[in-house]
Structures are given as C-alpha cells and as structure tokens.
Design a protein around this ligand. Structure first.
Ligand code: OGA
Ligand code: ZN
Ligand code: ZN
Length: 387
C-alpha cells in the first residue's frame, strides 16, 4: 500500500475544534464541531477532496483523481467519526475516504468559516506622508530567517521598506534580492544601472526629474517588487519620493467617483522602445479585484502613448488623469527621503509609485542599481518561511 498522507498539502492543520457530530443528508454531510459551528459539505466536494493515496500522489501532494470519474450522484453509504477524530466516509461505489479534522475546518465553506478566513487575510495597510518607514538591517536579513520574514511581510502589507548597511560594491543588490527569490530580468538587464548617460534609452537614465510612476507599465505583468540600491549619491538633488497608490486611489474613489471610474475602465497605452525592442501595453490605470478592491496601479507619464478613446470619453479621461496626477503631487500623500550609499528601497511596484527629483551631474556622481522580483515569488517565500 502506498504511503498515505493525512492531507493534500505540505503543512499540517491545527485542530481548532474537534468533530463532534456528523449527519448524512440528501446531498450533504453535516458536521457539528465541538465549538458549536455547523458546516455542511456537499458529497461531491468531499469525494473531490479525498486525500487517499489513490486520489492524491503522496510525493507531489497533487490530485490524480478527477471528479468526473465518480458518478454525479455518488453518495456515502456510511459516515462516522473514528476514534482518532477523523471523518470517515464509505462511498456507495466502494471507495473510502478519511478526512483530517483540522484540514476540514480550514476548508469549511459555511458562511462563518468563509467570513473568518476573509478577515484573517493579509490586508494592505494604507499610508500617507506620515508613514513610519519600516527600516531593516542588511546583515540581519542575510543571516536570520525571522528578520527576513518580518521584512517580506512589511513589503507585502505596507509596500515600502528601506534596508540599511548594504555593501556598496556593484552587484551587491543581487545577493539580498536572491534571499527572496530569483530576479526577473528585463531588457534593461538582471540588474539595471540608474545613471545619467548620453545615449539614454529611458528618461530614467537622464538627470531629469521622474514624476511618480510604476516601472514597466509597458508589460502585461508589471514587476511586483522593485529594488533601488544606492552606490554613490554625491550629486545635488535626486531625492526619492513615494506615494501609496492604493491610498490615492481610495481617496479618489471618495472624492471624485467619476474620475475613479474612468481610470478603472478606460484603457491607456504605455510604450517603451529602442533600437531593439518595442514594448506596449494597453490597460486601465487602476485595476480592481473581484471584490472591487484596488489591486494595482499602472502609471508612468513619460511612457504613455496618446490617449485613444471615444469622443465622449476623452474629456472624462483627461479630467480623471489630471486629477490623479494632481493627487500624487499633494503633500498629504508624499514621503520624500534622499537615499544614502549603502541603503536601498524595496517596494511594491504595482502599488507604490516612486519618483526622483532632478539632480545636477555637474555637482557629483550618482549611481543606483535596481532589479525586479515578481509578487508571486514574494508571497510564496512568505508562506514557506511561515510553514
Ligand atoms: C527608475 C527610477 C529612481 C531614481 O530608474 O525607474 O525610478 O532615484 N529611478 O533614480
Ligand atoms: Zn480517495
Ligand atoms: Zn522607476
């Protein structure tokens, strides 16, 4: 007999409340928990989630069974709670299932259980100019997984962090970024060098000011995390500025609902081209999730194409666009700080907009290195560190 796993997962599920009673109804099994909660589970759902070695491969913990291979009206012949506290089901077709109570509770879909899980989900902490900037120490992040986890949670929930004590040798950024995951390469390199240069292929590589923006809005998937590491900063000017794009979008929704709606609905083109590449992406500036919450901001005025929308919509789009940019310039939202050599910013590029003031290359050198990591890698790393 192949090794059995209790659950189709690599972690265990604490027993929040034991199984107290079980009843088999026409289409569902009704569980009563020791704390009084009642959770219905449909027969089809239970059969689909059977973790037995015939249904789930114990090595990958992935399903090999497909629900279509069980009869549509399959029902239990018998249900019971065994002496170890598991739910046991003997199915009418002879198949047998055993469910871990902790796993069942963690996946129960009665209204209370779903509401509880929704409330426990990590939530974006929205911030304004008075943010207490979360600052982390390079050596701790490199050596201590607990410190690393604290940092990653701050990146996830606040979307802006600073790390100090980073070596200023070029390439050092790669070592700390790889504490999270592999780097997302782009046409600007694995690491990109932010330096004023004569043959600039982006305004970023000049000494101009860069207004508040996200990087690579020209891609279907904008990079999730951005790092900017300061190696040299002797030039006058060049201060970093950040705003919480989610906080601005929420304020816009309150203060000017038609503009908010226009930015959610009307797609805008972003483009970036040089002799060898031509990237374009057409998408609205504000993206919402299925629950109507803001999940992404896409914005870089210097990478934007000409607006193309209907004659009726054009004035609405300009009104909304002006309003959004005006808000990014409001002091209530802006955090400004000059980055010193050995410091880096790590922020959520799909949420936190960043800018830099113009600098004067005649007064000294300025050299930053940057890179990107996707949000999926951050979230996966957090979950594995939490196991
Ligand atoms: C960039 C950028 C910021 C800076 O390169 O996209 O935003 O401080 N740079 O130079
Ligand atoms: Zn099975
Ligand atoms: Zn940028």
């Amino acid at each position: 007999m192949p090794t059995a796993v209790a659950v189709a997962d690599f972690r265990s599920f604490p027993l929040i409340s034991a199984l107290n009673g079980v009843q088999n109804l026409a289409e569902q099994v009704l569980i009563e928990w020791a704390d009084g909660r009642i959770s219905p589970f449909h027969h089809v759902w239970l059969r689909d989630n059977c973790p037995c070695p015939d249904c789930v491969y114990s090595v990958t913990r992935e399903q090999v069974f497909e629900i279509i291979d069980a009869p549509a009206d399959l029902a239990p012949a018998a249900v019971r709670i065994d002496s170890d506290g598991y739910l046991r089901i003997d199915w009418q077709d002879g198949h047998r299932s055993r469910f871990d109570a902790g796993w069942l509770r963690a996946h129960a879909y009665d209204d209370d259980s779903r509401a509880e899980r929704l409330a426990a989900k990590p939530r974006a902490y929205l911030w304004r100019s008075d943010l207490q900037l979360p600052v982390f120490d390079y050596a701790a992040l490199m050596n201590d997984n607990a410190a690393l986890l604290q940092w990653l949670i701050a990146v996830r929930d606040i979307g802006l962090t600073q790390v100090r004590g980073v070596p200023t040798a070029p390439g050092s950024l790669q070592l700390i970024a790889q504490r999270i995951s592999f780097i997302r390469e782009s046409n600007f390199g694995v690491l990109f060098n932010v330096q004023s240069k004569a043959d600039a292929d982006s305004n970023a590589y000049t000494a101009f000011n860069l207004p508040l923006h996200t990087d690579l809005p020209t891609r279907e998937l904008q990079p999730g995390l951005q790092f900017l590491h300061c190696l040299v900063n002797d030039a006058e000017g060049g201060e970093s500025i950040f705003v919480d794009g989610f906080a601005i979008a929420d304020a816009l929704r309150e203060e000017d609902p038609p503009s908010f709606q226009a930015l959610c609905e009307i797609p805008v083109e972003f483009r970036n081209k040089d002799r060898h590449s031509d990237y374009r992406c057409l998408a609205p500036i504000i993206a919402l999730d299925a629950l109507g919450r803001v999940t992404e901001i896409r914005m870089a005025n210097f990478l934007r194409g000409a607006f193309e929308t209907s004659v009726e919509q054009m004035p609405k789009l300009y009104r909304a666009y002006r309003r959004f940019i005006a808000m990014t310039r409001e002091p209530r939202f802006r955090l400004m700080q000059r980055l010193n050599p050995g410091e880096l910013w790590c922020f959520d590029n799909r949420r936190t907009l960043h800018a830099r003031n113009a600098f004067d290359p005649a007064t000294g050198a300025r050299h930053f290195q940057g890179c990107y990591i996707d949000r999926d890698e951050l979230l996966s790393r957090i979950l594995v560190l939490q196991r």
